[in-house]
Design a binder for this molecule. Structure first.
Ligand code: NAI
Length: 272
């Protein structure tokens, strides 16, 4: 797709690009295509994977490593963004990790230290990012903030386990901040994305079944990472300037479905 200058003159921070599969990676490529200038951020531990430099070079971005659960890291990142970019018009929070999910710990037997860490990394970090962007005066009035979510925030997907709780908190933080940020014309929304084959996705046991199930259920099939990036651009752009506090489904229509003919055919075959 060629660019339309939708983010021309806009500056921002994109959190969570780990490798070419990452939703944030595709969002960064699309933001660059649309004329944005931005910083890329990820946890210091992700440095050993050494992939972010390639993306930064491709998108003329700078990198600032910060743990999104550490206030000091975020405060320093925001100061650096203010110095480098003179303030930001958008933020993309594409961060998530479920420690119990990764370690296959059953929901009824959660390790609570891991659970706390999951909520901290996957949800509270959005609050922290917004808090530090405001406190340091880095977020410009009229800006747009997006966090990535999943329908497991609102419905039970058994293997999604604690991550459903984390995403429910994330979506609630979006609603709670929408009112407060609205006073400065700043918008905040969650984009609820289809299952997508990324590192975070692969960390969920039974992900392949979840992916296939959603694909068979969705009128348009699963939304891929590239289309998620394009949709995110529209929410960061002025075209959606009156939209805030929403969980916006970007899932090929999955959230409206009860059952599909494709799934019925599969079930008939399985149970015949
Ligand atoms: P990913 O694994 O590429 O991205 C997750 C990112 O979170 C990584 O870059 C990781 O380094 C970062 N991260 C983890 N702990 C961190 C910390 N303490 N500080 C800063 N960054 C940290 O996977 P993906 O799928 O691109 O995930 C991005 C977002 O999209 C997540 O919020 C995820 O829950 C959400 N999402 C993913 C779906 C999927 O099926 N892949 C579906 C719906 C939402």
């Amino acid at each position: 797709m060629s660019g339309h200058g939708l983010l021309k003159g806009k500056k921002g921070i994109i959190f969570g690009a780990l490798n070419e599969q990452s939703l944030a990676w595709k969002i960064a490529e699309a933001a660059h295509r649309e004329g944005a200038e931005f910083m890329l951020s990820n946890a210091p531990v992700s440095q050993r994977l050494g992939k972010l430099e390639g993306l930064a070079e491709k998108t003329n971005a700078s990198i600032y490593y910060a743990d999104a659960t550490h206030d000091e890291d975020l405060h320093n990142l925001m100061d650096a963004a203010k110095e480098k970019l003179g303030g930001i018009d958008f933020m993309v929070h594409s961060i998530g990790m479920g420690l119990n999910v990764r370690k296959d710990r059953a929901y009824e037997d959660l390790n609570y230290n891991w659970y706390k860490k999951t909520l901290d990394i996957s949800a509270m970090s959005l609050h922290r990012c917004v808090h530090h962007a405001l406190k340091t005066g880095t977020m410009n009035d009229g800006g747009s903030i997006v966090g990535l979510s999943y329908i497991g925030a609102q419905r039970t997907f058994t293997k999604y386990s604690e991550m459903g709780d984390a995403k429910a908190l994330l979506e609630s933080i979006v609603r709670s901040f929408a009112y407060r940020l609205g006073k400065n014309g700043i918008r905040i929304n969650a984009i609820s994305q289809s299952p997508t084959k990324t590192t975070a996705g692969a960390g969920i046991k039974g992900f392949d079944s979840l992916y296939e199930y959603a694909d068979r259920m969705s009128p348009l099939g699963n939304a891929d990472a590239e289309s998620c990036a394009d949709y995110t651009i529209s929410i960061l752009s002025d075209l959606s300037r009156s939209v805030t506090g929403q969980t916006l489904f970007h899932d090929g229509g999955f959230n409206n479905m009860g059952i599909s003919d494709e799934l019925i055919a599969d079930l008939n075959e399985a149970y015949s």
